[in-house]
Design a protein around this ligand. Structure first.
Ligand SMILES: [Zn+2]
Length: 395
């Protein structure tokens, strides 16, 4: 199984210049190839394949105006042509929209290197055409014996540099089986509520960061086009705060999901329709912050790594209105109700804990019936809050 490990790194001035130039060449080659393919398709209904674009690249490099393409490693240029090929395959299979041109400002800056274009030795990564290894911050170790087969270098809107190492290797073995099971509910006042009664709060700094973000956005909005450098600075600041909020949130989710997967054999979650919940103003903040779908995808891939099971309970299931003690269904359960007492059995429930317990019971019933995980009814756009990540990231 392949896994990607992403780290920050700090390039030297020469490396930064080289990588920026590579990003520019990657974008140029992608756009040229897209233009050539589009023209062939529109004018002559011809499909141009990867090999043809690869031959074009060779020809472009020989022209005077595109000779600068020779200054960077050829591998990222080949790789972007492969990505374009995939984009077209997906388009023709009606799985994706028609590929779009990469813009200098808005597109993700990245370059992909395969084994022939980097050297990984003694924990040091050196890219083709570079003499010094990258100064990577090894925030967590690579698993024993892991060797990268693909390396992707990128720079985000806040100007930070990242390297992602796609590794194959023994690394992960299933954890020893356990009897522990847990139900999880997306809380209103809390990030998550567990059937054990434990509540996991939102990251501590989130509120303060949000306030800072709002302030930075107001400042940016006041800047006009004439402000030039100051406007760019304000835009950078907004991007930086955004990135920090997302980083912290992802960090929190990684910790929680790793713990849940380590401690439990089966984890039952609600197949929450984020889209429906977003209609409710009060919930919107909680849901977007909690990034339920990000949580779910992390939980699912980690469960797969470690031999655990994640069950998603259908969302028609009235988890908040059902008494987890006696099974009586309450008529209504307004969002404002935090605790309630069941009229039939007299047990007082915490709203979220009760829901988490019901999720657990429903999930285990499904599992015990031998039905396994229910087929997921993913409505188009319903899960759009998360991008389906092709690569899996470790906490
Ligand atoms: Zn009851």
């Amino acid at each position: 199984m392949k896994r990607a490990f992403k780290y920050r790194f700090y390039p030297t001035d020469a490396q930064a210049a080289d990588l920026s130039r590579t990003f520019g060449c990657v974008r140029k080659v992608y756009n040229l190839a897209l233009a050539a393919r589009s023209e062939a398709w529109i004018l002559r209904q011809e499909r141009v394949n990867y090999n043809a674009t690869s031959a074009m690249l060779t020809a472009w490099k020989k022209t005077e105006e595109l000779a600068y393409l020779n200054e960077v490693s050829s591998v990222p240029l080949q790789q972007v042509l492969r990505h374009l090929q995939t984009a077209f395959t997906n388009f023709f299979a009606k799985r994706a929209k028609y590929p779009r041109f990469k813009s200098r400002k808005k597109s993700r800056k990245s370059a992909e290197y395969t084994t022939s274009a980097f050297r990984f030795r003694d924990g040091k990564l050196t890219l083709a055409k570079m003499t010094e290894p990258l100064a990577i911050v090894w925030s967590r170790p690579l698993p024993e014996g892991a060797a990268p087969s693909t390396v992707t270098v990128s720079q985000d809107a806040a100007g930070r540099w990242f390297v992602s190492l796609l590794c194959e290797g023994p690394g992960l073995k299933p954890l020893p089986a356990t009897d522990a099971v847990v139900g999880v509910d997306a809380g209103l006042d809390h990030l998550l509520t567990l059937s054990t009664g434990e509540k996991i709060t939102n990251p501590r700094y989130e509120r303060r960061d949000r306030a800072r973000l709002a302030k930075a956005q107001r400042e940016l909005a006041r800047k006009t086009k004439g402000d030039g450098a100051n406007r760019t600075k304000a835009r950078r600041k907004v991007a930086r705060i955004h990135a920090r909020i997302a980083d912290r949130r992802r960090d929190t989710l990684h910790k929680i999901t790793t713990r849940l997967v380590r401690e439990n054999q089966t984890i039952v979650i609600e197949d929450l329709a984020v889209r429906n919940l977003l209609k409710n103003g009060r919930l919107a903040r909680a849901i977007s912050d909690a990034a339920w779908s990000e949580f779910r995808s992390m939980l699912e891939y980690k469960a797969q790594w470690y031999g655990r099971e994640v069950i998603a309970v259908d969302r028609w299931f009235p988890s908040t209105k059902l008494c987890s003690n006696c099974g009586t269904l309450q008529n209504t359960m307004p969002l404002s109700v935090r605790t309630w007492t069941c009229g039939s059995c007299g047990v007082t429930h915490d709203r979220d804990v009760n829901a988490a317990r019901n999720n657990l019971a429903a999930g285990l019933a499904v599992s015990a019936c031998g039905a396994g995980v229910r087929p997921q009814r993913r409505t188009p756009g319903g899960q759009s809050a998360t991008k389906q990540e092709p690569l899996q990231r470790e906490p």
